[in-house]
Design a protein around this ligand. Structure first.
Ligand SMILES: [Zn+2]
Length: 466
């Protein structure tokens, strides 16, 4: 059989890897959207690099859009195979793909207004909300640690990676020509300590390992430090400076972690009296999905649930779904905290909040996760003095901060620790995906020092025999 690396090859978005067996079965691993590539992004997403109607099965590691976001597009182009993932991933996809479709439709409408003015023909969105809804009928949710038989020759089992609710290593066994080959695709790897999720668990021995490398050359602070840092930024911004704290955050995962930390400060009486707004309809829905999947929680969080029925809610916290209420925050004069999506500030309501608040030195913009190069988030973090948001130039005068360890990705020591469950001598080939190329080269050196061999860093479109 062969594997072709179609996306997230020497970059961090667009995860897509295609296995073709000797008998011609096509199994796609993840079907993520490319993000933050400027004008190129749209055409990169439209040209899949394969015929979706020929794909038999899609095995999905987790629900993040850079891993799942093109599923409705595949569906629109004729894909009718099965999509196998964990139960929580399926539930999250139902809301996240619908949200992504809404963004596609909304952005295309805005874009077409500008095109019409220039006398250009309108374009169609990548996919519609109907596509996002209909593709859900192809999903098969499987519990963690249960071996699922896809057909006579293909089996898969998901083991928790603690990266997001429902994320798992896809442990695949493919039998062909009388031989069984094991392929483990880690998807994204979480941190050993998460405020909510159970830690990554060791996964079964594999022959071929495909693994991420986002933080292949970096180390994070520990979780406790980042919680203290969060409280400090709230106090400095809202109490000492009387400003607003704007937190661009992914609606699923990061937002719940931040809310849970703030909930803890509230319960301990340490949170200053400021209003906190979670301005994201998706975050509200995602919080509901979180409440449904206790199998993904760690022991400590399960214990908190015993005493605090709702660790995602407290008196001064307000969830906002309606656009009118979101707009009303623009006139809000008092200090407050606004948590809004997306985390890289590429899309969504956060762009309005940044446009309204980034030029006031009293305010703070706090980043809590990874920002891919060229995204608005990365440009602000790089210290650009002026940024363009919705076609208007804004001076950056607010304080810009970052707390790295709220990241859902393990650092290189944590990833190596996770991979150490494997017998390195048995692994025939280790493929590094989902990382910037320079980072991947450094990570590859660290892995080699640790005793891993036969490491490849596939370029986009490169194919290997397994
Ligand atoms: Zn992810």
């Amino acid at each position: 059989m062969k594997i072709k690396f179609i996306g997230a090859a020497r970059e961090v978005t667009g995860s897509k890897h295609l296995i073709t067996t000797d008998s011609g079965k096509k199994i796609l691993l993840d079907c993520g959207m490319f993000q933050g590539k400027g004008l190129e992004t749209d055409s990169m997403n439209r040209e899949l690099g394969f015929d979706p109607s020929k794909i038999d099965h899609l095995i999905l590691t987790h629900a993040h859009i850079d891993h799942s976001g093109l599923i409705p597009y595949m569906y629109k182009l004729g894909f009718r195979g099965s999509i196998i993932c964990s139960n929580a991933t399926r539930d999250l996809c139902a809301i996240m793909l619908a949200d992504s479709a809404f963004i596609q439709e909304h952005d295309t409408k805005t874009f077409n207004k500008r095109r019409t003015k220039k006398g250009l023909a309108p374009v169609t969105p990548l996919y519609s909300q109907d596509d996002a809804k209909e593709c859900m009928s192809l999903f098969i949710g499987v519990p963690y640690d249960m071996k699922f038989r896809i057909d006579d020759n293909i089996k898969v089992k998901f083991t928790n990676t603690g990266h997001m609710l429902g994320s798992g290593v896809a442990n695949i066994t493919i039998r062909e020509n009388g031989n069984a080959k094991r392929i483990a695709y880690t998807g994204d790897i979480g941190r050993p300590v998460n405020r909510i999720l159970a830690p990554p668990v060791p996964f079964p021995q594999t022959d071929y390992l495909i693994t991420e490398s986002t933080y292949g050359d970096r180390l994070h602070n520990d979780t406790k430090e980042s919680e203290d840092a969060l409280l400090k930024v709230v106090v400095e911004t809202c109490v000492n400076k009387g400003g607003k704290l704007i937190i661009p955050s992914f609606s699923v995962g990061r937002t719940q972690e931040i809310v849970f930390s703030l909930n803890k400060f509230f319960n301990d009486g340490r949170l200053p009296k400021v209003d906190i707004y979670v301005d994201s309809p998706l975050a509200v829905n995602a919080t509901t999905v979180f409440r449904l999947h206790r199998e993904c929680f760690n022991q400590e969080f399960l214990e908190v649930l015993e005493n605090d029925k709702d660790p995602f809610g407290f008196n001064s916290l307000y969830y906002i779904t309606r656009v009118e209420d979101s707009k009303r925050l623009n006139d809000h004069k008092a200090p407050c905290v606004i948590i809004s999506a997306s985390g890289m500030a590429e899309a969504g309501r956060i762009k309005h909040h940044l446009a309204n608040n980034i030029s006031d030195p009293k305010n703070t913009i706090l980043f809590v996760g990874y920002c891919a190069p060229a995204t608005l988030g990365a440009r602000i973090l790089n210290g650009e003095k002026e940024v363009s948001i919705h076609g208007m130039v804004h001076e950056v005068k607010a304080d810009i901060r970052k707390i790295e360890s709220f990241s859902g990705h393990g650092d290189y020591e944590e990833m190596i620790h996770f991979l150490n469950c494997q017998d390195k001598g048995i692994i025939e080939k280790l493929f590094l995906v989902h990382g910037e190329y320079e980072t991947q080269k450094r990570y590859s050196e660290s892995l080699t020092r640790e005793g891993f061999k036969n490491i490849a860093i596939p370029a986009k479109g490169e194919e290997y025999e397994l």
